[in-house]
Design a protein around this ligand. Sequence first.
Ligand SMILES: C[S@@+](CC[C@H](N)C(=O)[O-])C[C@H]1O[C@@H](n2cnc3c(N)ncnc32)[C@H](O)[C@@H]1O
Length: 208
Amino acid sequence: MNLDDYIILHSDAEPEYLAKVNRATHVKLINPRMCSGHLQGRVLSMFCHMIQPKCILELGTFTGYSALCMAEALPDGGVLHTIECDDELEDFIRQNFTGSAYGDKIKLHIGDALAEIEKLDETLDLVFIDADKREYLAYYEAVLPKLRVGGYILADNTLWDGKVIKPVEPNDKQTIEIMRFNDFVATDPRVEKVMLPLRDGLTVIRKK
Ligand SMILES: C[S@@+](CC[C@H](N)C(=O)[O-])C[C@H]1O[C@@H](n2cnc3c(N)ncnc32)[C@H](O)[C@@H]1O
């Protein structure tokens, strides 16, 4: 047994419906690794139970797995907005939401994240950044004014497969931009922050 197996064995099981969504993601899509999966899904759900957000924004829906995990903790009347630019995923995402007990709390926006954020007239309690890695800093600046004081941003993939500490190729835009985001947030006095070595790196940011 390795430590990852041990961690899974000592955490909540993956809810049955989410295991189905996870499996269908692996069967139907070419890049299933993008799905948060069992452990990160349970962490997102637990964070939402702790933070008790009423309004969540997710950037990067993919197949809806992480949205469904976060929606578990939403109170009656709470809402999770999730933005996905790939319209070919729309039917699959909607099917995953419709089959879930939490699906009616989720509003799917098909479009570019930056354009959709601008249209959103909400005060946000929690933002999960998980869309285009080259735009992380732009997403951060776009959502921060809409986030309430004391609200949280979770930024996924901030370790980017360990590439953030290796020599970077000048044409590797994704790594360059993740590093720029990490460096910027680390010294941004508007927020408190801690980087967790969960999966591919999850940075927890709190607006002062
Ligand atoms: C890592 S996946 C999201 C995984 C999902 N949050 C989860 O944990 O299960 C990133 C998603 O962001 C979408 N995306 C990429 N660029 C985007 C953009 N500019 N606007 C909106 N979505 C975008 C991709 O199509 C992809 O589905």
